[in-house]
Design a protein around this ligand. Structure first.
Ligand code: SF4
Ligand code: SF4
Length: 179
């Protein structure tokens, strides 16, 4: 096989001093120095999330602090990767809602399985489970990646109860005022 030698061009005087390359590099650096930063100092700074963002699934309470979940297990049934595990339970006797509804005794969501599809939120008849703005979940063990009931309520917080399920009177009054 014939070897074709590559002819090397001699460097010009400017190239030998490296000055044009240094100036070019400094120009690029200075240009970016005065631009608005594109990076965020995560986790102190967080990006703005669009409306309807589907983050980590959470459980929510109504404005009166009542658990909205009635442990019907629809979300557990519909969840494609079987990330939800519910143990249905009774509402304590001393509660005014005892014998009216049920509440979960245990409610676990395995975030190593969850695919953030939002089907649990779609199917819930009580609007008790919501995918909210929390988007980062990390842990050192598999167990840490399972959100239990306490953690799910801590993440979920309180959301307005649009249906006044327990406060029919208030809903009726507001309905009357509107007319
Ligand atoms: S978002 Fe989807 S995958 Fe995650 S718990 Fe809900 S139904 Fe299951
Ligand atoms: S979160 Fe909703 S769908 Fe799931 S068990 Fe509770 S009430 Fe049923």
């Amino acid at each position: 096989m014939a070897v074709i030698p590559v002819e090397r061009k001699p460097l010009t005087l400017a190239e030998r001093t490296y000055i044009p390359q240094i100036v070019g590099g400094l120009r690029t650096t200075l240009k970016h120095l005065f631009r608005k930063p594109l990076t965020l100092e995560y986790p102190e700074q967080r990006p703005a999330l669009p409306v309807g963002y589907r983050g980590v699934p959470t459980l929510v309470k109504d404005p009166n602090g009542r658990e909205k979940c009635v442990s019907c297990q629809l979300c557990e049934f519909v969840c494609p990767p079987k990330a939800i595990r519910i143990t249905p339970g009774e509402i304590p006797e001393e509660s005014t809602n005892a014998h009216v509804e049920k509440a979960p005794q245990a409610f676990d969501i395995d975030m190593l399985r969850c695919i953030y599809c939002g089907l649990c939120q779609e199917v819930c008849p009580e609007e008790a489970i919501w995918l909210q703005n929390q988007f980062s979940m990390s842990g050192y063990t598999r167990e840490e990646m399972v959100n239990n009931k306490a953690k799910l309520y801590e993440l979920g917080g309180t959301l307005p109860d649009a249906h006044f399920k327990w406060d029919k009177k208030k809903a009726a009054e507001e309905h009357g005022n509107a007319h």
